[in-house]
Design a protein around this ligand. Structure first.
Ligand code: SAM
Length: 303
């Protein structure tokens, strides 16, 4: 049932987009003194070693964070603030300057939460090994009661947490979509959550792949947000096909697996500052990570 392990994908271009947006949203939400609840329904293992067997097997960080950190953008004072903030947060996890540790969404979020404001982080992860790793990793933080971890279905668990006590929340919904019904569960979850807690900020990550469910997901989310009368934002990043992956394979040569080239994030009730910030950052990301044919980015909003 659970063949997906995020360790194989940590730090890839999809993580770059997702975590860059996550940081921007959290920075905005924590600018207000009231306590914030953050729920990560699909948390993963929390922390990843980019030099581990896992990460080395697919090497996806090579086309993501490794490439970004090595690009001229990493030292460019004209880099968009979203990219600069993301790189700064990653540098905090890699004080030696090397690119060894990659923080997943639980660690990205926790690093921005405030003890004094009594912010809370709820983490749900079903995979038996990754949920154990998550517990071990979070223990190192000494975060006390700020962080709660459970090996539970994140879609189900979210129900009990909305609305949150201080009426301020960010919900990150980041399934692996290895089960086809994840797409429908995402839309059901957003529909129900918007009824329970209409003012929450909801962020959904999804892969842009040639599958009808993936194709229709942003359209269905737009409809739900519009029906609820809530503003939304949709951003995509496509790094294009690498020449390696598109070249004709000669007899006896091993074909390179196509891999994921694009992903998107969809937010309901996004910060009003996010659209212009992404309009500045995404073209720079395409420039730094783009591999050629098909590379693109887009930001649209409504509501
Ligand atoms: N959010 C993480 C990050 O950005 O670092 C990555 C999460 S990964 C894409 C998706 C995770 O969800 C996997 O670790 C998988 O085991 C877990 N998972 C799958 N179905 C789940 C469910 N119904 N509830 C909670 N976790 C689930």
């Amino acid at each position: 049932m659970f063949s997906y392990r995020h360790g194989f994908h940590a730090g890839n271009h999809a993580d770059v987009l997702k975590h860059m947006v996550l940081i921007a949203v959290l920075k905005h939400l924590t600018a207000k003194p009231t306590a914030l609840t953050v729920v990560d329904t699909h948390a993963g293992a929390g922390l990843y070693r980019l030099d581990s067997d896992f990460a080395g097997t697919s090497g996806e960080a090579v086309d993501g964070i490794t490439k970004l950190r090595a690009s001229p953008l990493a030292k460019d004072p004209a880099a968009a603030p979203l990219i600069a903030d993301y790189l700064q947060l990653l540098a905090g996890f890699n004080p030696s300057g090397k690119n060894k540790i990659y923080p997943g969404s639980p660690f990205v979020a926790q690093s921005l939460l405030r003890k004094e404001a009594r912010d809370k982080l709820w983490l749900f992860e079903l995979h038996p090994t990754d949920s154990k790793s998550l517990v071990t990793h979070v223990e190192q933080l000494d975060a006390g009661r700020q962080v709660t971890i459970a090996r539970e279905d994140g879609f189900e668990a979210l129900r009990k947490l909305l609305p949150p006590p201080a009426r301020r929340a960010l919900v990150l919904i980041d399934p692996s979509y290895e089960m086809k019904d994840d797409y429908g569960r995402v839309t059901d979850c957003i529909e129900e959550s918007l009824k329970r807690f209409p003012t929450g900020t909801y962020m959904v990550w999804y892969p842009v792949i040639p599958r009808p469910e993936a194709h229709s997901l942003p359209r269905r989310l737009k409809t739900l947000a519009n029906q609820a009368g809530k503003p939304w934002l949709h951003a995509t990043l496509n790094i294009g096909q690498s020449p390696e992956r598109t070249k004709v394979v000669t007899p006896g040569e091993k074909p390179v697996r196509p891999g994921l080239t694009a992903s998107g994030v969809f937010l309901v009730n996004p910060p009003h500052t996010l659209k212009p910030a992404l309009q500045a950052a995404l073209p720079q990301l395409v420039e730094a990570l783009g591999r050629g044919r098909g590379q693109s980015q887009a930001v649209e909003s409504g509501g």
